[in-house]
Design a protein. Structure first.
Length: 225
């Protein structure tokens, strides 16, 4: 009897699996923020990307909206090689990104050779479905709650830099608005209110969280901006 707990399916790739995958990758690519890495609708199933550094945004629909953020240790474009259908979403570098380029054939072969990793991908896919459901529910939240949730999501991904002033996120107001799924006007208004309270401070394409507890309270609906 297989002990699912011992498989640790919450870990997409173990250290050993990662080493094996990196050994068969076709090269490490580096791209600046704003680069389109994968285009929605592309008929390409020849590669997947393993994010090694930075954050990418996954967009779908018309008008396009962010459905996921992905960071170090996570895969993007990995289902096309399995489904053999047009790409279901676009992937754009949100920050400077380094990623391991893996051929579609090698990725499929890797999953065949590594059953634990294959099961972990199924687990990750179900997590994405749950995440999409949560985002759909969150779409009815007030702009300030969605804004606060987006800041916490970025912080949880480890992209914030801890400074004396607080946790600094190197994103513009436009980036934050897009991640939160709110208008730039709503983001601007929310930022203004939070700045007035000393909860955050802003700089040139940066936002620093000075009071994390206040942001968490707003995200839960226990406080307002």
């Amino acid at each position: 009897m297989v002990d699912l707990l011992s498989l640790n399916l919450e870990t997409p790739l173990t250290k050993e699996e990662l080493t094996s995958l990196e050994a068969s990758g076709t090269g490490l690519i580096s791209r600046p923020a704003g680069t389109l890495l994968i285009g929605e609708g592309e008929v390409t199933d020849d590669h997947a990307l393993l994010i090694r550094k930075g954050v990418v945004k996954v967009l779908a629909g018309s008008p396009r909206r962010i459905v996921y953020l992905r960071g170090p240790g996570q895969m993007v474009g990995e289902m096309a090689a399995i489904r053999r259908k047009p790409r279901s979403a676009s992937v754009v570098a949100l920050t400077e990104v380094q990623a391991l380029h893996i051929s579609g054939a090698r990725w499929v072969q890797f999953l065949v050779e590594q059953p634990r990793a294959a099961l972990a991908q199924i687990y990750a896919l179900d997590e994405r479905l749950a995440e999409a459901t949560r985002k759909n529910v969150d779409s009815f939240l007030a702009a300030e709650r969605k804004f606060a949730k987006s800041l916490l999501e970025l912080h949880a991904m480890g992209v914030g830099e801890v400074t004396q002033a607080g946790v600094q996120l190197r994103f513009s107001q436009r980036d934050i608005a897009e991640i939160a799924g709110i208008s730039r006007e709503s983001a601007k208004d929310t930022i203004g209110l939070l700045k007035a309270r000393g909860v955050i401070q802003t700089g040139r394409s940066t936002l620093t969280i000075r009071d994390m507890a206040a942001i968490e309270a707003i995200s839960l609906g226990h406080a307002t901006a």
